[in-house]
Design a protein around this ligand. Sequence first.
Ligand code: A3P
Length: 284
Amino acid sequence: MSVVEIPDEGGDVIAAVDYNGVIFPNFDPDVIRNISSIDIRDGDIILCAYPKSGSHWMWEVTRLVLAGRLDDEDRDKMLTMLERSPESGYINLPSPRLLNTHVGIKHLPSGVFNKKVKIVYILRNPKDVAVSYYNFNKSARVPYKGDWVNYIRPFAEGKFQYGSWFDSVLEWEEVKTRYPDLQIHTLFYEDVKENPVREAKRLAEFLGVERSEEFLEQVCRTCSFDNMKANAASTHAAKSYRKGEVGDWKNWFTVAQNEWFDQLYQEKMADCKLHFRYSLDTSE
Ligand code: A3P
């Protein structure tokens, strides 16, 4: 395990941790090393996603849907993040514990696959993920200073934290076939933007809790982008609320970058049946 600086195409760097060839954010190496031995319990609910797919948002929605009340004690998502928080931070939480992670399949604790857990898996189109991650890195504690033009290619090649978006998504698709009994609920960021209450209803069904339409509407209002951004304004999580839109990538990708990325997507995802939406405008 070593602290590394990953250069973009212009020589600007992102600080990270290299653990057996896998690039993690610059978190505590001891916590990263311990991930695979975390004691997962029956009943745990684990929110999994490649970074910048909307996990803060879905964390909050899932937390409130589970609690069944809006005034449930506020809990910091970071304190139950497997690769970020020591296990002591969540070991004594009552079941069902709501945990979260961005780590790839090979680092997940074995309990994820042999205990009775529920996985809420979030997906977002990779162009908006790339733009979101670029801006997130720019606002990091040790800010990345690079330009977008130098970021996008190494990002797409999986050089930065958590590796390749393509690999992450394909691995999860394979897991769904390899472990057909694993309870996984797949949510698309774009679908939640389009109709949050419909998606909250589907989530409640998956979690096995009965919640009224009125309550789910309140949850979605509470978890609107503006509310969450305002609530996080003075906290370490403020940088996780930037624009909260579908299609901001159009303000960043040049025509050439877009064509190159589409081509790459075709190559990497040829056998993948997932359909990503890059805009909510149905006329496109
Ligand atoms: P943008 O950078 O495109 O704005 P994560 O939580 O996985 O780190 O994802 C962060 C992305 O989700 C950011 O995207 C952030 O603005 C967006 N986001 C956070 N809360 C949201 C909300 N309530 N509604 C919509 N998007 C939200």
